[in-house]
Design a protein. Structure first.
Length: 286
């Protein structure tokens, strides 16, 4: 192959990545005019028996607390559903088997087996109550919760479990969940998709609107696209084999959020960042 042709090929292959990177920087800087990136927040991640909040179960919860941009706690808890009499154990075991088989087939690690839940899990109702109280306290202080595909997955599962097992109709504040997955996706979209929140549109409404879009070449998986783009697991001091452990993923989300701040041009502005209100504000020209 001629040297000139090799150079042309390399440039052609590089341009799409360079274009996506440029689009992302531009998008996050515009998004920062509507969302106040906080210094204090909590990230959360779930592992479940499937994708339906009404049909499937939360198996493990991981969260990482951040104060003034510094990690102060990372925790993972398994839920001991095998010892809980109020569910269909046979169905749950089958669901877990199906999830494990699907994940291993795709080369992904699987941590929340039936035996792990039974041997290492904590009492489910008390655990759910703990997280409900944590979220209620966060909302009183207007603290942002960060999750990947949070609005369409984690929030739906928590709300369903709080209702079904605690009989409490809790709903997350529509402007206090920062969805790293939706932001990563939106930063790659063309203007024709209206990728920024519209005036008067809540974070929740915007996340559901963007989540419905399917565009070729737009990738945002945490363990693939995001890690390959930002080197998140290395920054967290973790091997990529830890992906899909709820605690590890919650830690990685902190580093992804910091990358989003960097893209927004806020990497050097670590002091004096106000935490309230953490909402999407209407465009001044809107």
């Amino acid at each position: 192959m001629m040297p000139q042709f090799k150079t042309a090929v390399r440039l052609a292959l590089a341009r799409p990545n360079q274009l996506v990177a440029l689009m992302s920087r531009t998008w996050f800087k515009e998004f920062a005019q509507r969302f106040n990136f906080p210094a204090n927040y909590t990230t959360v991640d779930l592992e479940t028996t499937g994708v339906s909040p009404e049909e499937h179960m939360i198996c493990s919860i991981g969260h990482t607390r951040v104060r003034n941009h510094e990690i102060v706690e990372t925790k993972e808890v398994y839920l001991n559903w095998p010892e809980y009499p109020g569910i269909d154990h046979e169905k749950m075991q089958q669901d877990l088997y199906n999830v494990e088989k699907a994940m291993l087939r795709r080369g992904k690690s699987f941590f929340h087996s039936w035996d792990t839940l039974r041997c290492e899990g904590e009492e489910p109702i008390a655990t759910l109550q703990h997280y409900l109280e944590m979220f209620e306290d966060m909302e009183q202080r207007k603290e942002v919760l960060i999750a990947h595909n949070g609005w369409r997955f984690d929030c739906e599962f928590f709300q369903s479990h709080f209702h079904n097992f605690l009989r409490i109709p809790f709903t997350f504040h529509p402007d206090l969940v920062y969805d790293t997955g939706i932001c990563e996706k939106a930063s790659q979209l063309d203007d024709i998709d209206d990728p920024l929140p519209a005036p008067g549109e809540t974070m929740q409404q915007w996340a559901w609107r963007i989540g419905e879009l399917r565009r070729r070449g737009v990738l945002w998986a945490l363990d693939k696209h995001c890690d390959e783009t930002y080197g998140l697991f290395k920054k967290a001091g973790l091997d990529t084999s830890a992906a899909h452990a709820a605690g590890a993923d919650s830690l990685v989300l902190h580093y992804l959020f910091q990358e989003h701040r960097r893209l927004a041009g806020l990497a050097d502005q670590l002091d004096g960042v106000t935490d309230t209100p953490q909402i999407v504000e209407e465009d001044a020209q809107g």
